[in-house]
Ligand binder design. Structure first.
Ligand SMILES: Nc1ncnc2c1ncn2[C@@H]1O[C@H](COP(=O)(O)OP(=O)(O)OP(=O)(O)O)[C@@H](O)[C@H]1O
Ligand SMILES: [Mg+2]
Length: 311
């Protein structure tokens, strides 16, 4: 059996003459949370649609745990919360989730039990008997996530699950997803434009631009590769050390630290340690700053735009 839960091989999707996805290959490992990012129109939803079988690739193929894309066996293993959801207007929350569970292959009893389990997880028990179509945007998002998980899928595809939500609801949804990933050993592919939050849950980052995959790396490796040579220093006498460093290094004295930008990190660290030792200054923190996903995204996009303008 393959070590991957999803494999996409040279997928291309054309809408008329327009190429939305361009020769995209991808391998997702079980038990990990993958963030898929990129500008509007990059091809994130189209990629998810092809994995889900709601869109057919123009060329290329793929599989879910070895089952071809859009086969019944592949679909059973997938849960999907689409970017835009629509609900049956006459169903209340229990009826809707129960119905979706039955469609997903659960018995009526299994589906009802799972419905209550998920209503509890997503804090929706108080609204269980209300019509979903009348729910607020945030509550609808939660129901959409619950329906994606109802049939115990192995892989979850979440297309902007936190869009248009208030910060508390966004964090609540991400925390629930994270805990379910741990409890049920799921793989998640999640798209979002809120990168500061996305980086708190993902293990791996995929970046798409103009239908091409331009980054496919663990978040840790990407942050290492793009780190900007900024040292964050905090001591019991930042002012004194800043005075000693500022003529030779590019430093900034902040309220709680000194930030120094350099391409000679080892030399800088040595010099700081020597100065601190001789001056009797206690070093509390001496760390290289971790680049945020947001800054990393902007850097890569700047590079892409420069490449385009050079063509
Ligand atoms: N059914 C369709 N017919 C024609 N063009 C389409 C269709 N679906 C998507 N596209 C085009 O394909 C491109 C990729 O769209 P897609 O929805 O995958 O982008 P996205 O990365 O999800 O963007 P967003 O961040 O705005 O959700 C866009 O240019 C879009 O206009
Ligand atoms: Mg989209």
């Amino acid at each position: 059996m393959s070590e991957y839960c999803i494999e996409l091989n040279h997928l291309t999707k054309k809408f008329g003459n327009f190429t939305a996805i361009d020769d995209l290959s991808l391998k997702l490992k079980p038990g990990k949370i993958y963030g898929i990012i990129g500008p509007n129109g990059a091809g994130k939803s189209t990629t998810m649609g092809m994995i889900m079988g709601s869109l057919f690739p123009t060329t290329g193929d793929g599989n879910v745990y070895g089952f071809p894309l859009s086969s019944t066996s592949a679909l059973k293993l997938l849960g999907y919360s689409p970017e835009f959801t629509s609900f049956y207007t006459d169903m209340n929350c229990i009826e809707y989730l129960h119905y979706m569970g039955c469609l997903g292959g659960l018995s009526s009893k299994e589906s009802l039990d799972r419905t209550y389990e998920l209503l509890k997880k997503f804090n929706l028990l108080d609204h269980a008997n209300r019509k979903v179509a009348k729910f607020s945007t945030g509550m609808k998002k939660k129901v959409s996530l619950a329906q994606a998980m109802i049939h115990h899928p192995k892989v979850l595809l979440l297309d902007e699950p936190t869009a248009n939500l208030d910060p508390t609801s966004r964090q609540e949804i991400l925390n629930t997803v994270r805990s379910m990933v741990e409890e049920e050993n799921l793989t998640v592919l999640i798209s979002s434009h809120v990168l500061t939050e996305l980086e708190t849950v993902i293990h791996h980052v995929l970046m798409i631009d103009h239908g091409k995959l331009i980054l496919d790396e663990s978040i840790h490796d990407a942050q290492e590769r793009f780190k900007q040579g900024i040292l964050v220093l905090d001591t019991d006498n930042n002012e004194s050390l800043y005075e000693q460093l500022k003529d030779h290094w590019s430093c900034e004295l902040k309220s709680d630290c000194i930030k120094i930008t350099t391409a000679e990190m080892d030399t800088l660290k040595r010099e700081i340690q020597e100065k601190a030792y001789h001056g009797g200054i206690l070093i509390r923190k001496l760390n290289e700053e971790v680049i945020s996903l947001d800054t990393l995204y902007k850097q890569i996009m700047e590079g892409e735009n420069n490449n385009e303008s050079n063509i």
